[in-house]
Design a protein around this ligand. Structure first.
Ligand code: NAD
Length: 410
């Protein structure tokens, strides 16, 4: 299967770009990550046999106890549109590696690559019924999976609002769920940074990559007062020069957002920020050279207060809001001033300070001197209203395993 995926990377990337509007180069990188994820979990599946019958050390001799790790059963996998095939793969690969069968419901806004994955599975002879793919709207095709008595677990990635609905449905049958939800992640930048350009690059990448349609986007930028002006000048310069175009065009860095609905939602966030008194330092509109399509300029918003919608709610678009701080403790307080807890970042040349802050940021992921690296070996997931459970790494496999204790009286 891995061979087939690798062979089809260009085709899958093209499908993903056409379906979602993301730049072709980004889609190719996503497909490389898809292949890497399948490869990683194939390795963990092989290692799983060696983890069976692990003895538990007991203080008495008359009992012998060991542990079996078994597939949880039929799993329902419900996924979003921002990384259509990659988000599905984060669930399908470990679920199959654990020995589960799965029902996958990709987003109605971008299902093509998931359907192509189904075709690949058929081609390589995955027994029929092991991976089932259902398309359709959430309430029609997703809700019945969440409430179905024969689905033993739900793994969901999407908005916090839908996550709550799914959790409520699953609760009726005490069905386990893992939820990867929204975010409003901070990136804190201190005045001791020698390489300001590199920091600006991370800030750009952290919020404008995939047009900001990234759950972990570092969309709240916290700048130390001593560098704020210089930093913002450079950030605006970057934003002015970024190539926004047809996502199939060579060198495109920002494609269109996913849909008319998302475009309008993002524009509404920007106009509300303006009416609440924030300043649109750069962007806020469709780029002038693009007469049509759901394109939005990288948008930088300043003069933001913590009560504003733009500070509190996930935009899921190329929009960054900026606040200035004076002290480390103020920066930490602002970073944690959110209901979400997916990710956070800190950029400083003082590594001790970075480690100190990493401990007190309330999120499942902290990046030091970078933003957004996603490693298949490391756990991914959030706290607070960003959800619970972890994907990727060995934690991703555990999501689909049930732990059984076997005790024998000797
Ligand atoms: P969404 O919640 O609208 O939809 C996600 C999926 O749920 C879709 O397949 C949809 O059809 C389905 N769905 C909708 N209503 C449903 C219902 N009542 N019952 C069952 N299924 C239903 O989210 P979206 O707009 O597709 O994705 C964007 C959101 O996903 C953002 O909030 C983003 O932060 C989040 N996200 C989180 C992560 C993460 O790792 N934490 C990763 C990617 C995206």
């Amino acid at each position: 299967m891995l061979g087939q995926i690798k062979e089809k990377i260009s085709y899958l990337a093209l499908l993903e770009t056409v379906d979602s509007g993301k730049p072709k180069d980004e889609a190719v990188a996503d497909m490389d990550d898809v292949a890497a994820c399948f490869e990683f979990y194939a390795g963990l599946a092989e290692a799983l046999d060696g983890k069976q019958h692990a003895p538990i050390s007991l203080p008495m001799e008359e009992f012998k106890t060991y542990v079996l790790k078994e597939p949880i059963g039929v799993v329902g996998l419900i996924t979003p549109w921002n990384y259509p095939l990659l988000m599905a793969t984060w669930k399908v690969a470990p679920a199959l590696a654990a020995g589960c069968t799965a029902v996958l419901k990709p987003s109605e806004l971008a299902s093509l690559t998931c359907l192509e994955l189904g075709a690949i599975c058929e081609e390589v002879g995955l027994p029929s019924g092991v991976l089932n793919i259902i398309t359709g709207l959430g309430p029609d095709a997703g809700a019945p999976i969440a409430s179905h008595p024969h689905v033993d677990k739900i793994a969901f990635t999407g908005s916090t609002a839908t996550g709550k609905t799914i959790m409520t449905a699953a609760a009726q049958m005490v069905k386990p769920v893992s939820l990867e939800l929204g975010g409003k992640s901070p990136l804190v930048i201190f005045d001791d940074v020698a390489d300001i350009d590199k920091a600006v690059e991370w800030a750009m990448f952290g919020c404008f990559f995939n047009s900001g349609q990234v759950c972990s986007a570092t969309s709240r930028l916290l700048l130390h007062e001593k560098i704020a002006e210089r930093f913002l000048d450079r950030l605006v310069e970057w934003a002015k020069n970024i190539k926004i175009s047809d996502p199939l065009e060579e060198g495109c860095r920002l494609g269109s957002v996913i849909s008319k609905g998302q475009y309008e939602k993002i524009k509404k966030f920007i106009s509300t920020a303006r009416s609440e008194g924030a300043t649109i330092l750069h962007g806020g509109d469709r780029p002038k050279h693009l007469g049509k399509g759901f394109f939005i300029e990288p948008t930088i918003i300043t003069d933001v207060s913590t009560s504003m919608q733009i500070w509190r709610e996930e935009v899921f678009g190329p929009v960054i809001c900026v606040k200035v701080f004076k002290t480390e403790s103020e920066a930490v307080e602002l970073a944690n001033d959110t209901h979400y807890g997916l990710a956070g970042g800190v950029i400083s040349d003082d590594l001790e300070r970075c480690e100190r802050i990493a401990k007190v940021i309330h999120s499942g992921i902290v990046w030091i001197n970078c933003s957004q690296p996603t490693l298949v070996q490391a756990p991914w997931g959030g706290n607070k209203r960003s959800g619970f459970g972890r994907e990727l790494g060995e934690w991703g496999l555990e999501n689909y395993l049930s732990v059984k204790q076997v005790t024998r009286y000797c």
